[in-house]
Design a protein. Structure first.
Ligand code: ZN
Length: 355
């Protein structure tokens, strides 16, 4: 079995949603559930050894637009969120992450050493990520606090606008060049993340925002859960120019299992064959090289191919890649080592004198 460290999941959102309905998030994760995609037993069954676990404040009013007869759709951006309730929700999700760690249900990892130790001992290696910084104030006091609580990765924006920048809408076909990029506060956020050792994730940001981060950050460029725009022209996917910049920065793309971002017709449909995933992975590997492609499933956040189903089916993708000729060395990079290289860099583990 090829242990997978995955760049994006929404299990904290699911656990938080169920907690509000009265269920115990620790039992749900540790003992397992039929709901959603990830829990401890299913992760172990599918060799999902760990991943970036998003704190995401939901846009309750977001309604996805129906596709027209050609399959085209354009969902308007979700409305901006107020900071105060967003902060409450983010704190509740961070608390779930910390309580899962305290209960021994997963390990909340702050270094790649933590991740490797957790993987070696068969415990899920979770990394705290924030997807859209509505909970963070422009003075970055909350950033400092979340970092102390274990935050090691963030995307400045989700698919909506906030004080730090502008997100791309869910739309097909659509360029990712849909609006402005970072604000002044967004540039300051990137610089502070570089200083603290927090990974910057470019998923969900406009193309302009992508270039704003590229010219500001001192780190490799990373899109944790995005695919190739040339194959599936949704605004959330990356153009060839963006992919080339990721390669040149020694960065990484985590392949998203979301069927709407994999299929040529842009539809969200669980009856999507693994061939569509392999098509994107082949394209990315061809364009930017095996060292720059990894996985970013979006488990618990998207409609994924039914052949995979949930975390327990994760090895089916690995087996499919093997069957089309990917060797063990390449699969090891794709499954985990590329992510570990990027995290070690973002977390400044290779800098002399760093902790
Ligand atoms: Zn996302």
């Amino acid at each position: 079995m090829q242990a997978v460290f995955d760049g994006h999941n929404d299990v904290l959102l699911r656990l938080w949603t169920h907690m509000r309905e009265g269920s115990d998030p620790i039992a749900e994760f540790a003992e397992g559930t039929a709901a959603g995609h990830i829990d401890g037993p299913r992760a172990r069954a599918g060799g999902l050894a760990g991943g970036l676990c998003a704190i995401y404040v939901p846009s309750g009013d977001l309604v996805f637009a129906d596709p027209d007869f050609r399959g085209h759709y354009a969902t308007p951006l979700a409305a901006p969120l107020e900071r105060s309730p967003s902060l409450d929700i983010a704190l509740e999700m961070a608390a779930i992450a910390l309580r899962l760690d305290r209960a021994g249900a997963w390990r909340l990892c702050r270094s790649t050493r933590d991740i490797r130790r957790a993987m070696d001992s068969g415990i899920f290696a979770a990394v705290m990520h924030i997807e859209g910084c509505e909970a963070i104030d422009p003075d970055l006091a909350a950033l400092e606090t979340f970092h102390a609580a274990g935050l090691r990765s963030l995307g400045p924006v989700w698919s909506r606008n906030n004080v730090f920048g502008h997100g791309v809408p869910f739309a097909y076909p659509m360029t990712p060049d849909t609006g402005p990029g970072l604000t002044e506060a967004g540039f300051a956020l990137v610089r502070e993340c570089n200083r603290l050792g927090i990974l910057i994730d470019l998923a969900h940001i406009t193309e302009k925002g992508f270039w704003d981060v590229a010219k500001t950050t001192d780190q490799p460029l990373v899109a944790s859960h995005s695919n190739a725009h040339a194959l599936t022209p949704v605004a959330r996917n990356l153009t060839d120019r963006q992919l080339d910049a990721i390669r040149e920065s020694n960065g990484l793309v985590g392949v998203n299992y979301a069927t709407a971002m994999l299929r040529a017709d842009g539809r969200s449909d669980a009856a999507t064959p693994l061939e569509d995933m392999i098509r994107h992975i082949d394209y990315l590997v061809e364009r930017i090289g095996i060292d720059h492609v990894a996985l970013g499933s979006d488990f618990d956040g998207a409609t994924i191919p039914e052949e995979i189903g949930d975390a327990a089916g994760n090895q089916k993708l690995i087996a499919a890649l093997k069957s089309v000729g990917y060797g063990d060395a390449d699969l090891t990079k794709l499954a985990r080592e590329n992510w570990l290289r990027i995290l070690a860099s973002a977390w400044r583990e290779n800098v002399a004198g760093a902790a």
